[in-house]
Design a protein around this ligand. Structure first.
Ligand code: A3D
Length: 320
């Protein structure tokens, strides 16, 4: 059986990290695309030269033409610009929307059967636009954010409790970042929900609020430290877990920015919700009951995403 073909559209910090992780996991042959000449070729060659040391078999091709992504099984999109200190994700909208138009056209021409994972910010609006520009079916185009946001939450909780990250689960809903909705009652340590852990004296309500806020600001904290560019290890790992769920038909339950068609009362928008990802792409959207406070936070998040979609329509009137 031929190996899977994974196209990385954008070969910057996340793109390069994705290629390396995909190699280490032997998920398939990698094509790295970028408008910058030499970058995808150079990174591809460098990673290929690490393969004998780590013992993985895969090819790494760099390209500056969309033809190279022809027939890809998975496309992971990071093309565009990241934040600099002081910028919000939304400040990237104008420039990255134009990039999504080009990327969508490339996918439409060469990779119509692919499962597409968008990472470019502002995430929920960019994945919504990318689905329309590419014309691919809605269950085959998703955005990566929830896996990262919940992984950040899990890390902070595991650190707080001094327990293994493996035993901490976290549940987040809503748009990426500032309006993210972490659901404490569905976040657990080995099945024990956070509100019970508060009762057991593991942490106070106030401390939990601090951790939630740090999770929401998780991206900005790293932008502030790096000073040039944003996080890339955890975002890459998160997208790889989604690609793996699709390629291996794992049917993993992962929070993603998925197209909603009435679920959670949202129509024709991409918002972060729990999904099942398998060989059919987004095979299911899991709809849970929200209490009043959670619903209010979720509505606020949806409102923020709707505002961004509206701004996109102002720039690209061909978007629905
Ligand atoms: P960076 O290292 O700058 O890489 C972006 C790459 O895109 C560069 O190599 C550019 O040359 C390339 N590029 C620019 N325009 C085009 C184009 N028209 N066609 C093809 N390639 C192009 O950034 P990065 O890898 O650190 O981040 C990439 C994106 O991911 C940014 O928009 C970030 O904001 C976003 N991001 C999202 C998350 C989420 O959780 C959603 C997390 C971290 C970063």
């Amino acid at each position: 059986m031929a190996r899977n073909k994974i196209a990385l559209i954008g070969s910057g910090m996340i793109g390069g990290t994705l290629a390396h992780m995909i190699g280490l996991k032997e998920l398939g042959d990698v094509v790295m695309f970028d408008i910058a000449e030499g970058i995808p070729q150079g990174k591809g060659l460098d990673i290929a030269q690490s393969a004998p040391v780590d013992g993985f078999d895969a090819t790494f091709t760099g390209a500056n033409s969309y033809e190279a992504i022809k027939g890809a099984d998975v496309c992971i999109v990071t093309a565009g610009v990241p934040r600099k200190p002081g910028m919000s994700r939304d400040d990237l909208l104008g420039i990255n929307l134009k990039v999504m138009e080009q990327v969508g056209a490339g996918i439409k021409k060469y990779a119509t059967d692919a499962f597409v994972i968008c990472i470019t910010n502002p995430l929920d609006a960019m994945v919504w636009a990318l689905q329309q520009f590419s014309g691919l079916s809605k269950n085959k185009v998703v955005g990566m954010a929830g896996v990262l946001d919940s992984s950040r939450f899990r890390h902070f909780l595991a650190d707080e409790f001094d327990v293994s990250v493996e035993d901490v689960t976290a549940f987040v809903l809503g748009g990426h970042g500032d309006t993210m909705v972490p659901l404490a009652r569905y976040s657990t340590v080995a099945g024990i929900p956070l509100p019970d852990l508060i009762k057991m004296g593991w942490l106070s309500k106030d401390r939990l609020e601090e951790i939630i806020q740090r999770t929401r600001d998780g991206g900005a904290e790293i932008v502030g430290l790096l000073k040039s560019g944003s996080a890339y290890y955890a975002p890459a790992a998160s997208a790889v877990s989604m690609a793996e769920a699709y390629l291996k038909d794992k049917k993993r339950v992962l929070p993603c920015a998925a197209h909603l068609d009435g679920q959670y009362g949202v129509k024709d928008m991409y918002v972060g919700v729990p999904t099942v990802i398998g060989a059919g792409g987004v095979e299911r959207i899991i709809e849970i009951d929200l209490n009043k406070t959670e619903q209010k936070m979720f509505d606020k998040s949806v409102e923020a995403v709707a505002g961004l979609c509206e701004a996109c329509r102002g720039i690209a009137p061909n978007l629905n």
